[in-house]
Design a protein around this ligand. Structure first.
Ligand SMILES: [Zn+2]
Length: 607
């Protein structure tokens, strides 16, 4: 994973900090035994299953499985890139980061991106100049009419695209930007006569920054009745629709502070919210919330309030958004603005305090949906009641806290004049159905995984040994090395560690985490590292594990040879099939001898 910075520096830096101190800034932690525990910042929970080990310098959540070292934490919770996480820790420790040469390809990509950001900056300057120009007067008037002050417009870098076919293009060409670059960034298209035609003409311009404030695209709003009302940049190497949250660069700090993000639809809503001091507001740039939006949010908070337009389209968007976020484990509430007003109108007319009160009163998911279903079906008929309850079952089923769930059931029973017992019965029925469906299969599989086989236990134990008694690697290599691992993730952990050691790194388990690209492999490793101390008879268990895995490997080989032999027999190739049979017999004898060794050892890892 790391490329630019030397592994030695990365490991050394990690050893200078205490992971507990770093995580404490994000999650309140309590000491429990050797470790610290707290509420997991990666999933919504009421009881602490998030463990931080100062001894091992790792974290692991026994609820959702997330785990890693201090770098992983800063990346996944702090929303930093790996390089930024290193820079952050280096700054804390007061040491400079030594720079290493970039690979030529990476260097080329980096400089290309820098160039694109620079061109977008030039475009921002152009649009801002136009807004200040006399030609921008109608845009200024419009902003004024919407109650936006000069400072906030400057903060959001608002601008104006003049009513001209190619003024921006000419400006950029003059600045030495190439035609292809202008087209690649979606700022213009090639016209029929082969000349450039600006994409944004006679529009108010909203530059769209990424979460670090670099300009990745633009949105433009008409000032008259032409269509489309809003126009965004097309997908470009910097911009892709459904991935950005408008205003996140300015809202990041407030979202962390309030532990809450307010999701809005439009540019104007977000800008107005920020002007009124509701600075945890971000916009979805269009109406459909995507999983990418959710993942981006999860870097900052797991708590969101949806504040979409009161019109029908806005409400339907809310509904879909609710499910997308809920599936990611993000807590969602829906804010309703009375009298069918839009958020920005509401803020202008009623002010900040009124708006904050509405946020506080936002309904949790189930309650909001109940209201919607009650508008849709007639709650005075039995059939209507049943339809309403049916529609809410998936949400009720997904509430993790029993107390919360019971609260909702009570509320439903009251509002629908229906018995609580009957609602409970419906949920149970639904639950049974779920077990047979996709979700159920997944859960059943997880249960099976908990009940792991001797073969998997063996692989796990070997990884543990490799971490705690590295000298044992020589013996594992003699016994079969990575062929002993038939589970891809264990194999990856073993192999990564082995190769690093071969290359002369005396790598610690905590540092290995940084080297694993696969998230699941990292999770498995942190879980293994948090196991209790090695049992006293670890040498005996180790030997049994190796034999168990060798037997498993032989089982695989025997199965392969068997089917190979059947094929040769079918095709009448007697010589080949006799050859294979001899090999088979050898493998079977080998297996028998291993099985009897295992039996003599009185092992606990039966197959
Ligand atoms: Zn968790």
């Amino acid at each position: 994973m790391p490329g630019q910075i030397s592994q030695e520096f990365i490991d050394d830096l990690r050893n200078r900090v205490n992971i507990v101190d770093i995580i404490k800034d994000y999650v309140p932690l309590k000491k429990r035994g050797q470790n610290y525990v707290g509420l997991c910042p990666f999933h919504a929970e009421k009881t602490s299953s998030f463990v931080v080990s100062p001894h091992k310098q790792i974290f692991h959540c026994f609820g959702c499985g997330k785990g890693g070292n201090v770098y992983t934490f800063l990346m996944e919770r702090g929303g930093l890139t790996f390089i930024d996480a290193v820079a952050h820790l280096a700054k804390l420790c007061g040491v400079p980061v030594p720079q290493k040469e970039l690979s030529p390809e990476k260097a080329r990509q980096d400089s290309l991106r820098k160039r694109y950001y620079h061109i977008n900056e030039l475009a921002v300057n152009f649009f801002q100049k136009m807004l200040a120009d006399s030609r921008g007067k109608k845009a200024v008037d419009y902003l004024h009419k919407r109650g936006l002050e000069k400072e906030i417009c400057a903060k959001f870098l608002l601008g104006f695209a003049p009513d001209s076919w190619d003024e921006l293009s000419s400006f950029l060409l003059e600045k030495g930007v190439a035609e292809e670059e202008i087209i690649t960034l979606g700022l213009a298209v090639k016209g029929q006569r082969g000349t450039l035609v600006d994409r944004f003409r006679n529009r108010l311009i909203f530059p769209i920054p990424n979460d670090r404030g670099q300009i990745i695209g633009f949105g433009g709003r008409v000032l008259d009745d032409s269509q489309p009302k809003y126009l965004n940049s097309p997908d470009t190497p910097l911009f892709s629709k459904g991935r950005q949250l408008y205003g996140l660069n300015l809202a990041r700090a407030a979202i962390r502070k309030h532990e809450q993000a307010i999701l809005m639809e439009g540019y104007m809503d977000v800008i107005t919210a920020h002007q009124y001091g509701v600075t945890q507001a971000v916009g979805t740039l269009g109406t459909a919330l995507t999983t990418d939006h959710g993942k981006l949010l999860m870097r900052y908070t797991y708590n969101t309030v949806l504040c979409f337009d009161a019109d029908v389209a806005g409400q339907e968007a809310s509904m879909r958004g609710l499910d997308v976020l809920r599936r990611l484990g993000i807590k969602v509430a829906v804010m309703t603005i009375p009298d069918g007003k839009d958020p920005d109108e509401c803020l202008r007319k009623k002010g900040k305090d009124y708006f904050l009160k509405l946020i506080e009163q936002a309904s949790p998911l189930v309650e909001y949906k109940l209201g919607k279903q009650m508008e849709k079906y007639n709650k005075d008929t039995i059939a209507g009641k049943v339809q309403i309850i049916q529609a809410l079952l998936p949400d009720l089923y997904n509430i993790q806290s029993p107390v919360e769930r019971q609260g909702f059931i009570q509320m439903m029973a009251e509002r629908l004049s229906f018995s609580e017992t009957a609602i409970h019965a419906e949920i149970r029925k639904f639950q049974t159905g779920v077990v047979n469906s996709e979700v159920g299969k997944e859960k059943a599989q997880r249960n099976m995984e908990q009940n792991i086989t001797a073969v998997e236990k063996g692989q796990r134990f070997l990884i543990r040994m490799v971490m705690e008694v590295p000298e044992i690697i020589a013996d594992i290599e003699k016994s079969g090395g990575n062929t002993l691992f038939n589970h891809a993730l264990y194999k990856e952990i073993y192999q990564t560690n082995y190769l690093l050691r071969q290359a002369g790194h005396n790598i610690k388990a905590e540092d290995l985490i940084t080297q694993l690209d696969n998230v699941e492999a990292r999770q498995i490793l942190t879980e293994i590292l948090l196991d209790d101390e090695l049992p006293l008879d670890w040498e005996r268990i180790y030997k049994d594990c190796v034999i168990t895995l060798q037997i498993e490997l032989l089982n695989q080989k025997i199965t392969e040879k068997n089917s190979l032999m059947t094929e040769y027999e079918k095709s009448g190739n007697v010589t080949k099939s006799l050859e294979i049979m001899a090999e088979l017999q050898r493998l079977i004898r080998e297996r028998q001898s291993l099985v009897s060794t295992l039996a003599k050892g009185g092992n606990t890892f039966e197959n």
